[in-house]
Design a protein around this ligand. Structure first.
Ligand code: DX5
Ligand code: ZN
Length: 222
């Protein structure tokens, strides 16, 4: 069985108590901090960008896993690399010259991630396997925390793993949206190794314990 990486999403954290939120999930064993950058164009919601990433970089040594739900995300590649971002994940629909920008992300020293919306086909990855480090399967339509897990994403992860094996690559496979102690085990068994969780972590009274519960639920037998 693959390792487990929990990436709490600060979208659901109390931004007025950000330091406390980060300290809690770090104590619980979080591996990455997931940052949802939205522009109100690519998705119908507007969140945060450079100032919050800069604040997070000062607050934690955990890798920052930045998920850009913005049009033309390539505008931020070098800036985010300079800020110390580790993972830069973009959506194929948001940019025209995808391969060029994935290459630029790597050249800037970050891991390149490609996010697939529920309607985006896995086969797209076959064109860019060598250009990416991570595939992000959206298990909700992006834009908001607290949505229900789309079960079709499980079969999608299995297909994605089969395509990757066929291509002879072994990317990080991250899943994002509706991850809870009830859904995380199936997603892990389907082949995901990195789990974004917003509501299931920061929507609880004890985020540290929520991270531990999610980690444990991955290895629970069914
Ligand atoms: C949704 C974002 C997610 C969101 C997940 O568009 O990409 O990262 O924060 O939130 P939950 O875990 O509540 O579905
Ligand atoms: Zn996200």
């Amino acid at each position: 069985m693959r390792g487990v990486r929990i990436a709490p999403s600060v979208l659901s954290a109390d931004l007025g108590r950000l330091a406390e939120a980060i300290a809690g999930v770090t104590e619980g064993g979080a591996s990455w901090i997931h940052v949802d950058v939205m522009d109100g164009q690519f998705v119908p919601n507007l969140t945060f960008g450079t100032p919050l990433i800069r604040a997070l970089r000062r607050l934690t040594t955990l890798p920052l896993d930045v998920h850009l739900m913005v049009q033309r995300p390539e505008r931020f590649i070098e800036e985010y690399a300079d800020l110390g971002v580790s993972v830069f994940t973009i959506h194929p629909e948001a940019t025209i010259h995808l391969q060029r920008h994935l290459d630029r992300i790597k050249t800037a020293g970050m891991m390149a991630g490609l996010a697939l919306n529920p309607s985006t086909p896995v086969a797209l990855l076959d064109e860019v396997w060598t250009d990416i480090d991570l595939a992000l399967v959206m298990s909700v339509n992006p834009g908001f925390a607290g949505q229900s897990f789309l079960r079709s994403s499980l079969e999608k992860i299995r297909r994605l793993r089969a395509h990757a094996a066929q291509a002879g690559v072994d990317p990080i496979v991250e899943i994002d949206g509706g991850i809870t102690p009830e859904t995380i085990g199936e997603a892990h068994r389907a082949g995901a190794d990195t789990f974004v969780a917003g509501t299931a972590v920061f929507g609880t009274d004890d985020p540290a314990n929520a991270v531990r519960t999610l980690t444990r639920a991955c290895s629970a037998q069914v």
